[in-house]
Design a protein around this ligand. Structure first.
Ligand code: NDP
Ligand code: 2IT
Length: 451
């Protein structure tokens, strides 16, 4: 028997911690997965012997590069860019690009690791990757953002391709940035190919991709509720963030008869006790993507709404909670507050928004809790469909894609229940997602031998 067979969770995590000094987000993400996988692997010696989890937690490669650009005042600016190609066992690396000052190698390694499991859960042939830069698009002119994107792509283009690695958007990267990056890729390579997803409708983007993550997170929530004989209709929801994921989650909750009470940004949150209407959500979309303003302005625009500076929305009483901003935005105390106020279900639009201690609170209280890698997989799933459409040189209509998204989210929910259902009917969706996501990638890696 190989030595690795004797490694327990604690020793495994001590090794991960030692090999990745200071990379707290990455270590947190690996820890969350390893807890479940060690239990699952207990009687599966072949995975242990092949060191499968250890290999998954070591990115295939991390590419780090300098990104120079000139601001509108002709100052030379220097940023750091990365692409983390975590695992391509089941398909080309696939995952978003994040532009935010908080981006570090640790953040991108955690995101690429999570993406590997998420993409596996979709059932589509996509490996896991993530990229980004510590660039802050806030307050920058369109011309500055364009120059940055062009410079970023001038290095990234060497490492990506429609069968190699297919990036998309994430925090700070939306339609505008994808357009600038796609334009530069095309200019450098003289090839029009589906190398990015989340493209504009005019140049190969898929219908439903902008909506997919937020809608998908609500479909996942609806599936969890349905499994317990409940529904979204008539329930109040607290949402964080006010970007792509948050606004589309709010839109779908509202369409399904729920009442959205809050939205937020890094400055604070707004509370609208009357609930949001489509008109109010459209106003926020315009504020964030066209005016590039702050969520505080909502309280000036709509009477009855209040703005809470520097605060997060988790103390507002609600039936449903959807964290849709960023990692570790919901801690143990906030989880207790949600549970104490009677929250029935949490669906994560963001990646790893709840701390490990917060997750434990949800599990102990046995409320419905859908982790990001399952709940927000609708975005990358429709990205996968964008890749298919680009390869086939066709485009499907939004009705068809909407149905496919609904089916994909139902499929992910089913996989989670398959491995996560406990005695008494409670579903541990974290365990279900981790094991189902792991198994497919692990079995593919086993087929390849030691590589
Ligand atoms: P956007 O850039 O469109 O919006 C991000 C939102 O989160 C903004 O409201 C932003 O506020 C807020 N936010 C960002 N960082 C912080 C922070 N450090 N503290 C508080 N608020 C913050 O991004 P998306 O909506 O695309 O992404 C949101 C989350 O969803 C991320 O975790 C992302 O990884 C995840 N996700 C996104 C997918 C997609 O398809 N776009 C797919 C799956 C997951 P501010 O304007 O003040 O920065
Ligand atoms: O976290 C994510 O799943 C994304 N940012 C979307 C990735 C993608 O390739 O569409």
């Amino acid at each position: 028997m190989a030595v690795s067979d004797h490694v327990d969770l604690e020793t495994f995590m001590a090794g991960v911690t030692k090999r990745n000094p200071g990379q707290t987000e990455f270590i947190q993400a690996v820890h969350e997965v390893a807890q479940d996988i060690f239990e699952f692997m207990e009687d599966k010696v072949h995975y242990h012997e092949a060191q499968i989890l250890r290999r998954m937690a070591e990115p295939d490669r991390v590419i780090s590069f300098r990104v120079c650009w000139e601001d509108d005042n002709h100052n030379v600016r220097v940023q750091r860019g990365w692409r983390v190609q975590n695992n391509n066992a089941i398909g080309p690396y696939k995952g978003g690009i994040r532009f935010h000052p908080s981006v570090t190698e640790s953040v991108l390694k955690f995101l690429a690791f999570e993406q590997t499991f998420k993409n596996s859960l979709t059932g589509l042939p996509m490996g896991g990757g993530k990229g980004g830069a510590n660039f802050n698009p806030k307050g920058k002119s369109d011309a500055e953002v364009m120059r940055f994107c062009q410079s970023f792509m001038s290095e990234l283009y060497r490492h990506i391709g429609p069968n190699t690695d297919v990036p998309a958007g994430d925090i700070g990267v939306g339609g505008r940035e994808i357009g600038y990056m796609f334009g530069q890729y095309k200019r450098l390579t003289n090839r029009w190919e589906g190398v990015l997803t989340g493209k504009g409708q005019e140049y190969g983007g898929s219908q439903m991709r902008p909506e997919a993550t937020g809608y998908g997170a609500v479909y996942f929530l609806r599936n969890m509720l349905k499994h317990q004989g409940m529904d979204v209709e008539g329930h109040t929801a607290v949402i964080s963030g006010s970007g792509n994921v948050a606004t589309h989650a709010a839109e779908k909750i509202t369409q399904l008869g729920g009442k959205v009470l809050t939205m937020s940004d890094s400055g604070g949150f707004i509370h609208d006790p009357d609930g949001m209407t489509q008109e109010k959500i459209d106003w926020i979309k315009h504020l964030k993507t066209v005016k590039r303003g702050r969520i505080s302005e909502y309280a000036d625009e709509f009477s009855g709404a209040t703005y809470h500076e520097g605060k997060r929305p988790w103390d507002v009483a609600c039936d449903l909670a959807l964290p849709c901003a960023t990692q570790n935005e919901l801690n143990e105390d906030e989880a207790k507050s949600l549970v104490g106020n009677g929250c029935k279900g949490v669906s994560e639009g963001a990646n790893m928004p709840t701390t490990l201690q917060g997750v434990k609170v949800f599990h102990d209280a046995k409320i419905l809790y859908g982790p990001g890698k399952a709940a927000n997989a609708g975005g990358v799933a429709v990205s996968g469909l964008e890749m298919s459409q680009n390869s086939e040189r066709i485009s499907w209509n939004s009705e068809r894609l909407g149905d496919m998204l609904t089916d994909l989210m139902e499929g992910i929910h089913e996989k989670c229940t398959e491995y996560g259902e406990q005695e008494g009917g409670y579903v541990d969706y974290v365990k279900g997602a981790n094991i189902a996501g792991f198994k497919k990638v692990a079995d593919a890696m086993m087929a390849f031998g030691v590589v």
